[in-house]
Design a protein around this ligand. Structure first.
Ligand SMILES: [Zn+2]
Length: 271
């Protein structure tokens, strides 16, 4: 068997950081070809560390790593995209943290998923480029589910495959999508979606994230979609994403122009 090279290059998005000892940090990275992995950056918390700025959570970086006995070790890091517009806006930051958390929690280590990498990249680019955060989050949730094998059935009843009428319809994670009126009682928990919300979800499935960001959602419709998708995500994750609480706090703030303190992006705990 050929020996794996001791040093390798990859490009990735930093999902989160946790500190180790006095000066080291472990970073969780979602990469294009190596899947998700943890690696250690030695001395990165020292002020003189050259890697420090290139390993901030939510940064897209080119990475050079050395294979380690348990954890691989970063030897070089170079920022490809710092996403400054995300960092400068609390709502965009909170949404990006939420997407990164979902990407982290829905995956296992070293399972290659280029589609997920592309999706997270597209979400960060859209947030950085000014797309509405709510639309980015809904798009991300819907496509993440598809990539993870939980694609929601939106065209026919998820239980009986029967036709869906253009009326208020139950979205049930347990059933795997929209459920017709006859199947509603046995479908389990879910949220009733209006016709407009159903159309928005179908549209999100069929266009790219940039086009979806152009859709104007009024507040009631945005709330309806947010609540319904939150329930679906929690069902498959079997827990509440931690970042959702942060999103709620941000949404309740009167002004949203405050810059994000760097510490808020950090996560000290594992999943
Ligand atoms: Zn049915």
């Amino acid at each position: 068997m050929a020996e794996r090279p001791r040093v390798y290059k990859t490009e990735g998005i930093i999902l989160r950081r946790r500190n180790l000892g006095e000066a080291d940090s472990i970073f969780t990275v979602l990469s294009a070809h190596e899947g998700k992995f943890d690696a250690i950056a030695k001395g990165v918390r020292k002020t003189r560390s050259r890697m420090r700025g290139h390993l901030e959570p939510l940064t897209r970086s080119r990475l050079l790593l050395a294979r380690g006995r348990s954890l691989d070790v970063f030897t070089q890091a170079e920022t490809v995209a710092p996403y400054r517009a995300i960092r400068d806006d609390l709502e965009r930051s909170a949404t990006a943290i939420y997407c990164a958390e979902l990407a982290d929690r829905f995956t296992i280590e070293h399972a290659e998923n280029p589609g997920l990498y592309e999706l997270l990249l597209a979400a960060l680019e859209a947030l950085d480029g000014g797309s509405p955060p709510g639309a980015v989050a809904r798009y991300f949730e819907l496509h993440l589910l598809s990539l993870m094998g939980y694609e929601l059935q939106l065209d026919a009843c998820a239980a009986c495959r029967g036709r869906l009428e253009p009326v208020e319809t139950l979205l049930s994670a347990n059933a795997g999508g929209l459920v017709c009126e006859r199947c509603r009682a046995k479908a389990g928990a879910g949220r009733l979606l209006g016709v407009r919300a159903m159309k928005v979800l179908r549209y999100a499935r069929n266009v790219d994230i940039g086009a979806f960001g152009e859709v104007r959602l009024d507040q009631a419709l945005a709330k309806e979609l947010e609540g319904a998708m939150a329930e679906v995500i929690s069902h498959f994750l079997e827990r509440e994403p931690r970042a959702r609480r942060f999103l709620e706090i941000v949404a309740a703030l009167p002004g949203r122009e405050n810059a994000l303190a760097p510490g808020i992006v950090e996560s000290e705990q594992g999943p």
